[in-house]
Design a protein. Structure first.
Length: 148
């Protein structure tokens, strides 16, 4: 199966692949779309997704029981992984271990686009509660980065 790539109006897009909302309403995020490129319907035990965060946007602060593999293909940004904040740019690869807090933000005027590899069958995200947020805010780098 081949999905041809296009870039229309600045959005990276693959043919026959709907551009979806990032998450359901109620989760805290800003200016993100997602496309599911491969998953169990294609015979995979994993799911390959493309996310694009518009300038000024960010993902949800969350953790899971599953791992993530992130491959940056467009723009630059910053990512929180546990207690560390890293600058990321084209072709950087980030491993996010199980049960590790993570959040991505754009940096600059270009969208941040990245491929994300996860298990096709996985748990729902866990958002931080008041005590977990309080613990995170003890780290000044994390406190200055996260968006809730």
């Amino acid at each position: 199966m081949l999905k041809k790539f296009t870039s229309k109006k600045g959005l990276f897009k693959w043919e026959n692949t709907p551009v979806l909302a990032y998450k359901e309403e109620g989760a805290h995020f800003k200016a993100i779309t997602r496309q599911i490129l491969f998953d169990k319907e294609n015979g995979f035990s994993s799911q390959l997704r493309y996310f694009e965060i518009a300038p000024g946007g960010h993902s949800t602060l969350e953790r899971h029981d599953h791992e993530h593999g992130v491959f940056v293909v467009r723009g630059k940004g910053k990512i929180l992984v546990g207690n560390e904040v890293f600058l990321i740019k084209n072709f950087d690869v980030v491993y996010i271990p199980k049960q590790t807090w993570h959040q991505l933000r754009t940096f600059g005027k270009e969208p941040l686009g990245f491929l994300c590899l996860v298990d096709a069958e996985r748990d729902r995200p866990h958002r931080p509660d008041g005590e977990e947020i309080k613990n995170m805010y003890r780290n000044k780098k994390v406190a200055g980065f996260v968006r809730l």
